[in-house]
Design a protein around this ligand. Structure first.
Ligand code: GLN
Length: 302
C-alpha cells in the first residue's frame, strides 16, 4: 500500500498547484496551493499515508456526509420527505431547480440539500454544530478537531447565495428554523479542520457496511451506508459526478477546501487533499490521484 501511495504522489506532482484555490470564501484564498496529501484507512483501521496527510484543512462540503449521518440518526428514512436522492447536474450552489421543484432540493450533497438537513438537525438539537464536531472527533479518534472560526465568519459575511436558497425553501415551507442561525451552523460545519488521516478514518464506516472499526459501533445500518455510497457516487462531485464516475468509479465527496473522500466498499476509505480546484470546484490533483489509484488497484464499483 505504501508503494502505491508513493507512486500516486510522484504521478500527480506536476498537477499540484494547478487550478485555483477557492476565493469566494476570502479566508480560503490564503491557503498555499502547493500542498498534496493522501491517506487510506482499511477496514481494520490501519492507515497508510503519503505527502501532507497530517496537515489540517477546511473540510467544507465533506461535512455534508457527516451532516447526513446526523439526519439518519435523528430522522431515519423519513429524512427523504424533505430532500431528494437524484443528481442535480448543476453547480453546488445553484438555485434554479429549487424554484420549479417546490423547494425540495435534489440531494443532500448540494448546498440547498445540506442546508435543509442542517435545518432538520436544528429542530432536534440545541447545539447542532457541537454534535457534528463530536461525531467527527469520535469517528476519527482525534479529540482535538475544531472549526476554524475565521473561515466560518468569512463565509458568513458572503452568505448571500446560501441565504437566498434557505429563504426560498422557507417560502415553500421546507425550512423551519431561523435562517441566519442555521447558516451559522452550516458554515461552522464546513469550517471544521481535519487532515487526510482524520477524514480517511472518519469515513471508514462507509467502506465497512456502516460499522466503524475505530469506535467499534454501528454508525449507519448496512442499508443506510449502501444508500450513502450510492448518493456519493451519483451526486458527491456535483456537475462533475458523471466524469468522476467515468474516470475514477468510486463513491466520493469533494469540498472547496480541496479535500475529496472516496470509498472502495469492503476494502478502504481514502482522503486526498490539494487546495487548487478545477472549474467545477473539485481538487485538480485530488481527482487525478483518485484516477491513478483506481487504475493501479484495477478496481472500481463499476
Ligand atoms: N461552504 C461552502 C459553500 O457553502 C461549501 C461548498 C463546497 O465545498 N463545495 O459554498
Amino acid at each position: 500500500m505504501q508503494e502505491l501511495l508513493n507512486d500516486i504522489l510522484e504521478e500527480v506532482k506536476p498537477l499540484v498547484g494547478q487550478g485555483n484555490v477557492a476565493s469566494y470564501i476570502p479566508e480560503l484564498a490564503k491557503v498555499d496551493p502547493n500542498q498534496f496529501g493522501i491517506a487510506i484507512c482499511d477496514t481494520q483501521g490501519k492507515v497508510t499515508t503519503a505527502g501532507d496527510a497530517n496537515t489540517g484543512f477546511s473540510i467544507q462540503s465533506i461535512s455534508k456526509v457527516f451532516n447526513l449521518v446526523l439526519a439518519y440518526i435523528y430522522y431515519g428514512n423519513s429524512l427523504w420527505e424533505r430532500v431528494g436522492c437524484e443528481p442535480s447536474g448543476l453547480p453546488f450552489n445553484s438555485l434554479v431547480q429549487l424554484e420549479y421543484e417546490n423547494g425540495i432540493p435534489r440531494n443532500p450533497f448540494i448546498n440547498a440539500g445540506a442546508l435543509v438537513i442542517t435545518d432538520m438537525v436544528h429542530s432536534r438539537l440545541i447545539s447542532p454544530h457541537v454534535a457534528l464536531r463530536d461525531l467527527v472527533r469520535k469517528l476519527s479518534g482525534n479529540p482535538y478537531i475544531l472549526a476554524d472560526v475565521d473561515v466560518a465568519e468569512s463565509e458568513f459575511e458572503y452568505r448571500a447565495r446560501n441565504a437566498a436558497m434557505s429563504y426560498l425553501m422557507k417560502a415553500f415551507g421546507n425550512f423551519h428554523n431561523d435562517v441566519e442561525e442555521v447558516l451559522h451552523t452550516y458554515f461552522m460545519n464546513c469550517a471544521i479542520r481535519m487532515s487526510c488521516v482524520d477524514l480517511a478514518r472518519a469515513t471508514q464506516f462507509l467502506a465497512n457496511r456502516g460499522f466503524c472499526t475505530i469506535t467499534k459501533n454501528e454508525v449507519l445500518s448496512g442499508d443506510q451506508s449502501r444508500q450513502v455510497n450510492a448518493l456519493l457516487a451519483t451526486s458527491g462531485l456535483y456537475d462533475e459526478a458523471g466524469s468522476f464516475a467515468f474516470k475514477v468509479g468510486l463513491p466520493g465527496k469533494s469540498g472547496v477546501g480541496g479535500g475529496i473522500i472516496a470509498v472502495v466498499p469492503g476494502r478502504f476509505s481514502i482522503c486526498v487533499w490539494s487546495p487548487a480546484l478545477n472549474k467545477m470546484g473539485n481538487s485538480m490533483a485530488g481527482v487525478a490521484a483518485l484516477e491513478s489509484l483506481t487504475r493501479h488497484i484495477k478496481w472500481s464499483v463499476y
